[in-house]
Design a protein around this ligand. Structure first.
Ligand code: G4P
Length: 293
C-alpha cells in the first residue's frame, strides 16, 4: 500500500512497559494464556511481543468476531496457528458461537500434560487459572462477560476506582485473570494500522476518511468483488481505483452535493460503517503467511 499520506500514530511506550511488567509478574499465577485476536485481522490485531511476553506458557488463540470474517480464511488461520503449535478456535462473542469449546480445548489439549499429572497425583479438583490478553476492542470484555455471566462486577466503569487485576470465576474449578493495562498492536507498521482502522479497532483519523475508504474499496474490489457489486449494485471495471469506486458508491446511493458533485465523504462514511457492521458480508483482511514467521 502507498501510505505516504498517513499521519504518524501516537502511542505510549510507557503504557506498554507497564503492561509488560504486569504480565511478567502475573504469569507464574496462571496455567495458560488465552490470546484473543480479531478473526478479520489475526496478525495485525496481535501484540508483536506476545511470544516473548508469555514465554513458554501454554497458550491458546481465539479468533473472535468470526461472524464478520470469511469462513474459509478463518479455517486457514486456525490451521496456521495449529501448525505453529498453538491451539486455536474460531469464536463469536456476540452470538456465543464456539465458546462452549474453549474450556474443553484448554483441558484436553492446551493443558493435557498438567491435567494428566494432576490426575496421577489425585488433584483433579485443583483450579485451572487462565490469563486473558488482547489488544483493545478485540472482544476481551465480551468474552469474559459471556463466559462468566452477568455476575461479574464492572469495576472499571466506576469513576474514581483504579482498575486492578481481577480473578473471574468461570466454573467450580476455572478462574480467569482479567488484566488491567493495554496491549498495543504493531502500530509502527502502517499496513497493520490501516487494517485496524478499517475494522474500527483504532481511531480512523490516521488517514482522512475518504482515503481510508478508498483503500478499503480497492482491497474489496480485488479480493471480494461480489460484496461490492451485490451491496452497491455497481459494475466494476479493471481501471477502477479507490476514488472511482467511491464515486460509484456515492452516485448509486444518491449522495450528491450542489452542483452535481458526488459527496464522497458521505460515501466513505457509509462504506466504512457498512463494512464494520458486516453488511458487506464476511470479509477477512489478511491471509496467513506462507511460511511460519
Ligand atoms: P475489549 O474488551 O477487548 O476492548 O472489547 P469489547 O468486548 O469491549 O468489544 C469491542 C466491540 O466488539 C464491542 O462493540 C463488542 O460488542 C464487539 N464484539 C465483541 N465480540 C464480537 C463478536 O464476536 N462479533 C461481533 N460482531 N462483535 C463483537 P461496540 O460497538 O463497542 O459495543 P456494542 O455494539 O456491544 O454496544
Amino acid at each position: 500500500m502507498d501510505n505516504s499520506d498517513m499521519k504518524q500514530i501516537q502511542w505510549f511506550p510507557g503504557h506498554m512497559a507497564k503492561t509488560r511488567r504486569l504480565i511478567a509478574s502475573n504469569l507464574s499465577l496462571v496455567d495458560a494464556v488465552v490470546e484473543i485476536l480479531d478473526a478479520r485481522t489475526p496478525l495485525s490485531s496481535r501484540n508483536p511481543e506476545m511470544d516473548k511476553l508469555t514465554r513458554n506458557k501454554p497458550r491458546m488463540v481465539l479468533l473472535n468476531k468470526c461472524d464478520l470474517a470469511d469462513d474459509k480464511a478463518t479455517q486457514l488461520w486456525v490451521n496456521y496457528f495449529k501448525n505453529c503449535g498453538c491451539a486455536a478456535l474460531a469464536v463469536d462473542c456476540k452470538s456465543g458461537k464456539g465458546l462452549k469449546s474453549i474450556l474443553p480445548t484448554i483441558k484436553n489439549t492446551v493443558l493435557k500434560e498438567l491435567m494428566e499429572k494432576r490426575a496421577k497425583n489425585g488433584m483433579t479438583g485443583a483450579a485451572i487459572r487462565l490469563m486473558i490478553v488482547g489488544i483493545p476492542n478485540v472482544g476481551k470484555s465480551s468474552l469474559i462477560n459471556k463466559l462468566a455471566g452477568s455476575k461479574r462486577a464492572k469495576v472499571e466503569d466506576r469513576p474514581g476506582v483504579t482498575r486492578t487485576k481481577q480473578w473471574v470465576k468461570l466454573d467450580n474449578n476455572t478462574e480467569l485473570l482479567d488484566m488491567p493495562g493495554v496491549l498495543w498492536p504493531k502500530f509502527e507498521d502502517q499496513d497493520v494500522a490501516i487494517r485496524l482502522a478499517f475494522t474500527g479497532a483504532i481511531s480512523d483519523d490516521i488517514l482522512d476518511i475518504e482515503t481510508l475508504a478508498m483503500k478499503l474499496l480497492s482491497y474489496l474490489a480485488e479480493n471480494y468483488p461480489a460484496s461490492l457489486t451485490e451491496r452497491y449494485k455497481i459494475e466494476l471495471s479493471e481501471e477502477d481505483k479507490g476514488f472511482e469506486l467511491l464515486e460509484k458508491v456515492g452516485k448509486k446511493r444518491g449522495m450528491m452535493i450542489s452542483g452535481g458533485e458526488i459527496n464522497t465523504e458521505r460515501a466513505a462514511i457509509t462504506v466504512l460503517d457498512e463494512f464494520r457492521s458486516g453488511k458487506l458480508g464476511k470479509i477477512t483482511l489478511e491471509a496467513p503467511p506462507q511460511k511460519e514467521q
